[in-house]
Design a protein around this ligand. Structure first.
Ligand SMILES: *[C@@H]1O[C@H](CO)[C@@H](O)[C@H](O)[C@H]1NC(C)=O
Ligand SMILES: *[C@@H]1O[C@H](CO)[C@@H](O)[C@H](O)[C@H]1NC(C)=O
Ligand SMILES: *[C@@H]1O[C@H](CO)[C@@H](O)[C@H](O)[C@H]1NC(C)=O
Ligand SMILES: *[C@@H]1O[C@H](CO)[C@@H](O)[C@H](O)[C@H]1NC(C)=O
Ligand SMILES: *[C@@H]1O[C@H](CO)[C@@H](O)[C@H](O)[C@H]1NC(C)=O
Ligand SMILES: *[C@@H]1O[C@H](CO)[C@@H](O)[C@H](O)[C@H]1NC(C)=O
Length: 599
């Protein structure tokens, strides 16, 4: 053990006798294990941030550590023996006063030195010395530490999951190395979330602190910057940022298109949405859910006024969403409906001009002289239908002209004014079926009767609802013809005519047989069944009215109730006018040889 002996000579000026004794005791006491020799575990060099704090980890060993030591004096000193730290604070050199402390417990062999704040001049090297009262002293000059002083902090490293999806919780971490375990850097994040942190000691007096942020990203986080900032003691900061990439299902899906479109033209539509990634699939549907097309854009050819609404669905890896239905305003030139006519009345000639157009038409009426406009007595609108009524004196003119003009074009119809009182002996009973497809796509079927006489003198009406199922010929006979038509025909007497179209139940053998047996005459109906029956116009008015309702019927019962209510609300005048148009209608039909009229 010459090595140990030599050191002893330096440390203690002992009489030679004692000296020998000491060697012997030492020889006995110091076991061959490392732990019992003088030794300090310190890093050779540590890195510190100027202005911040640095801790030099230090653990010393001394022979006879198992003996009960009473008092330890720890000293850190420089090569020029300047006291960096001393257990007796007054002995600390002025350059280090108030800045140094032992971070640990000397009696537990912990000689870690904390310097706070660290100055540029604190590079070292430094060595530790221990003085154990009543035992021994030792300077660990073979284990010197120097400090590398940096003037800017370490940049944190930020790691985020590769895939982020809206609504799925993720954890991001931010780590930074530092040298001050007693006062580690504080982290701040630019995003709210649950925070936790973890510290790990590295070699060479470095610690790695990791802050974890857990949060649930949302669509609004996409393309946002996530910043993590580490604030070191002394105020210096290091930060790292990254841009978040959050996947989310399509949102705000809308159909981009011209809303106002001319009938017959082609309409380009685009399905626009907000999503990440961009949708890889688009579907186009009608109001009723029929698939029209696929693809980002859709061209609807030859747009019709009956187009209804259209919506699109955008689909990406995260999900799908529908647009709200787009309602088009289809522009078309005016059409004057076949029901338009002049009829003779006790009070004179009443003319009716029924115009269907969008946008609404300017309607001009004149007799023989185009420059004198005839005064109308009534005008009403039902959706795109515009019904104008005027009265003229008998013999005023042979014809009345009705001209409708809108931005899309014009249409003129010449109405014949009847010359004399034609007698209308026939009492007509109109029956029509309406298959009502409600919003809930349940098909209800109802039978409605509107009764009136040909001249509109006594017009009354009623509706009859078949509560369940479809109308079969048997039901028609047993529920309509028998209990309703027969008594009515009886009350009207000779000249009664039943008007119904060629719907299958109407013309079934059992019904024809029944009518024949009861002596009830029917009007011969053209095979292609144009909508001759004036009730068809009422249906039109009613369905438009249903669509305009705020509280759309949800069940068949609600739909049925709503239809009955609307029926009741239709002004008698409207019905009267439609009935009066019947002769004109029939005339047009005869002219067209029973095929489709302009209607
Ligand atoms: C020294 O003491 C400090 C503070 O108690 C402790 O954090 C550190 O781990 C100790 N060092 C050693 C080497 O035991
Ligand atoms: C970290 O935050 C704590 C509490 O707010 C504060 O006492 C401490 O000084 C801060 N440390 C740093 C390095 O900023
Ligand atoms: C609609 O799209 C087709 C082809 O995509 C294009 O040729 C046409 O010009 C477009 N029409 C309008 C009105 O934008
Ligand atoms: C457009 O549709 C109408 C009826 O909807 C049809 O009569 C016409 O022939 C169609 N035109 C073209 C070019 O397809
Ligand atoms: C009606 O339309 C025709 C053909 O489009 C046009 O020549 C005429 O000027 C129009 N008449 C009126 C009154 O707008
Ligand atoms: C309607 O018909 C179905 C099946 O045919 C039957 O179960 C139901 O009871 C009927 N409802 C009414 C109100 O008659």
């Amino acid at each position: 053990m010459p090595f140990v002996v030599k050191r002893f000579i330096i440390e203690r000026k002992m009489p030679f006798s004692c000296w020998l004794l000491c060697i012997c005791t030492l020889w006995l006491k110091v076991s061959p294990t490392e732990s019992e020799s003088w030794n300090a575990e310190v890093p050779q060099s540590v890195v510190g941030l100027e202005g911040s704090c640095v801790v030099i980890p230090c653990l010393f060993r001394y022979p006879g550590a198992d003996r009960k030591a009473s008092d330890f004096t720890g000293i850190w000193f420089t090569d020029s023996n300047e006291k960096v730290y001393h257990s007796v604070t007054s002995k600390i050199s002025s350059a280090f006063q108030q800045r140094t402390s032992i971070w640990g417990d000397l009696s537990h062999r912990n000689c870690s030195l904390k310097i706070n704040p660290l100055l540029r001049s604190d590079g070292g090297p430094f060595a530790f010395r221990i003085e154990i009262e009543d035992f021994n002293k030792y300077s660990f000059t073979h284990n010197k530490v120097s400090i590398t002083i940096k003037d800017s902090p370490e940049q944190p490293t930020l790691s985020i999951p590769e895939l982020m999806s809206s609504g799925k919780r993720v954890t991001t971490t931010c780590s930074v190395y530092h040298s001050c375990p007693s006062d580690p850097p504080n982290f701040t994040w630019s995003h709210k979330g649950a925070l936790s942190s973890q510290s790990l000691q590295q070699t060479n007096g470095q610690w790695k602190i990791t802050s974890s942020l857990s949060f649930t990203p949302s669509k609004t986080d996409h393309k946002k910057t996530l910043t993590c900032t580490a604030a070191f003691p002394g105020g210096k900061k290091g930060s790292r940022m990254t841009t978040l990439e959050v996947k989310y299902a399509p949102e705000n899906v809308v159909v981009l298109s011209e809303v106002s479109v001319v009938e017959g033209s082609n309409l380009n539509m685009t399905c626009s949405s907000d999503s990440n990634p961009a949708p890889h699939e688009y579907h186009w549907f009608t109001e009723a859910g029929t698939l029209l097309s696929e693809g980002h854009t859709f061209t609807l050819k030859n747009v019709s006024r009956h187009i209804g609404t259209i919506y699109c669905t955008a689909i990406n890896t995260e999900g799908q969403a529908n647009s709200s239905p787009i309602q088009f305003s289809v522009l078309y030139p005016p059409e004057i409906k076949v029901g338009s006519s002049c009829t003779l009345d006790t009070s004179g000639v009443t003319c009716l001009c029924i115009v269907d157009s969008h946008p609404a038409s300017e309607i001009k009426l004149w007799g023989a002289d185009p420059s004198t406009e005839l005064r109308r007595i009534h005008e009403e609108k039902h959706g795109t239908l515009n019904i104008v009524t005027l009265q003229v004196a008998l013999g005023f003119s042979d014809t009345v002209h009705c001209q409708a003009t809108n931005s899309q074009g014009n249409y003129t119809m010449t109405l014949q004014v009847p010359h004399n009182h034609e007698t209308h002996n026939n009492k007509l009973l109109y029956i029509s079926l309406a298959a009502t497809a409600s919003l809930v796509t349940i098909v209800g079927l109802a039978v409605w009767i509107k009764c009136c006489d040909g001249l509109g003198r006594h017009i009354h009406g009623g509706t009859h609802r078949l509560d369940n199922g479809t109308l079969t010929a048997i039901r028609y006979r047993d529920e309509m013809l028998g209990p309703i038509v027969r008594p009515y025909a009886g009350a009207v007497g000779p000249g009664f005519l039943l008007v119904h179209d060629n719907a299958r139940p109407h013309v079934a053998r059992v019904c024809r047989q029944f009518l024949e047996d009861e002596g009830i005459d029917t009007i011969e109906w053209p095979p292609s069944s144009p909508d001759l029956n004036p009730i068809e116009h009422l249906w039109d008015i009613m369905f438009r009215s249903i669509r305009r309702r705020q509280d759309a019927p949800q069940t068949v019962q609600e739909l049925s109730d709503a239809l009955v209510q609307i029926w009741e609300e239709i002004p008698q005048d409207t019905i009267r006018r439609l009935i009066r148009s019947m002769p004109r209608w029939c005339q047009a039909c005869i002219q067209a040889r029973g095929s489709r009229t302009i209607y």
